[in-house]
Design a protein around this ligand. Structure first.
Ligand code: AMP
Ligand code: MG
Length: 323
């Protein structure tokens, strides 16, 4: 069975085609803001302008008639972006006379991670621009055991980078600067129960920079503090749920220092640590295609009248009836 999936919840416009074994095609045409952060209307205009040519590129590589299921990212995400993707997916499903499956974006990150690593029942740390959550399966739902109370870690890194004159996306640039950092400056370490918060520490780090601290040291101090918070909550979820696997997913999963901290924590606890290949860890169409395929095989379909976008779609809202 073959599924096509369209991802477009925010900056990433991506179409993947997968079968049960592997990714067959993955084509990307991301929106990159000229200045500032992601503007929802500009991003959605980008998506609507580029979707037709991206689809053509995909259909040069796979035969249209081989597609069995059309999947799309139904939420969470930016409303205007979601609407473009949902409209394209509906049209494609009707035209190809194939079933449509609306996919939860967070679920797709976790499922593609389980598919492409050895992780079976992990605590997932999902860290991206808009989201930061600690997720694990309990019975027939994925549950969020801890999450950010304000902005996602990726967004926090991007904001700090922008303040220091670096272009979007800032995460990779902060990582490079942090490697050269020497001095650690104290920043607010905000963990409340199982939740965490980043916006106060962004402000504090911006002030450090304004007071003349070198960018390298600001970046280093920020990463050390924020990633320690994420590692602490992930460790607590492991202990509380008595699990022994950690899966790191989302765009920020590319960060080597975050990977290292989690690896050390897992080593100390005798847990295994997994991170999917980079092109499948960040937002991508293959994760939507794969999760759509999985859901379809387990009886899910989204009728057109229920294919409305869900900007606040939570992972807990999906009943999971597969292993
Ligand atoms: P996503 O929304 O999952 O696609 O992730 C996008 C976010 O990942 C952006 O905020 C990027 O700045 C961030 N990101 C990408 N690469 C890295 C990296 N190496 N270190 C930290 N953040 C990163
Ligand atoms: Mg994401």
């Amino acid at each position: 069975m073959i599924a096509l999936g369209i991802e477009g919840t925010a900056w990433s416009l991506s179409i993947g085609v997968v079968d049960e074994e592997d990714v067959i095609v993955l084509e990307n045409d991301p929106y990159i803001p000229k200045e500032g952060g992601i503007h929802p209307r500009e991003a959605s205009q980008h998506h609507s302008e580029r979707l037709p040519s991206l689809l053509s590129r995909v259909f040069e590589k796979v035969d249209k008639s081989s597609i069995d299921v059309v999947a799309f990212s139904q939420g969470p995400g930016m409303g205007p972006c979601l609407r473009v993707v949902a409209t394209a997916a509906r049209l494609l499903a009707v035209k190809l006379k194939k079933p449509l499956v609306g996919v939860n974006h967070c679920l797709a990150h976790v499922e593609v991670g389980r598919w492409k690593t050895e992780a079976k029942n992990p605590v997932s740390l999902y860290v991206s621009g808009g989201n930061s959550q600690v997720i694990a399966r309990r019975g027939n739902r994925y549950r969020v055991f801890g999450e950010t109370l304000d902005i996602g870690i990726g967004n926090a890194l991007d904001k700090l980078a922008r303040h220091m004159g670096l272009k979007h996306p800032g995460g990779p640039k902060i990582e490079e600067l942090a490697k050269k950092g020497k001095d650690y400056y104290l920043l607010p370490y905000v963990v409340k129960g199982m939740d965490f918060s980043f916006s106060g520490m962004v402000t504090a780090a911006q002030r450090l920079y304004d007071s003349g601290v070198a960018r390298e040291d600001v970046a280093f101090s920020f990463q050390e503090t924020a990633f320690a918070m994420l590692t602490e909550v992930t460790e607590r979820a492991l202990a509380y749920l008595d699990l022994d696997e950690v899966l790191l997913v989302g765009g920020v999963a590319a960060n080597k220092r975050l990977q290292e901290m989690l690896k050390i924590m897992c080593g100390d606890r005798g847990a295994k640590f997994y991170v999917p290949p980079r092109e499948l860890a960040g937002d991508n169409g293959a994760m939507i295609a794969y999760t759509g395929l999985l859901m379809y095989k387990h009886g899910y379909q989204t009728p057109i009248e229920k294919s409305y976008v869900r900007p606040d779609f939570r992972i807990e809202d999906v009943e999971v009836n597969w292993d």
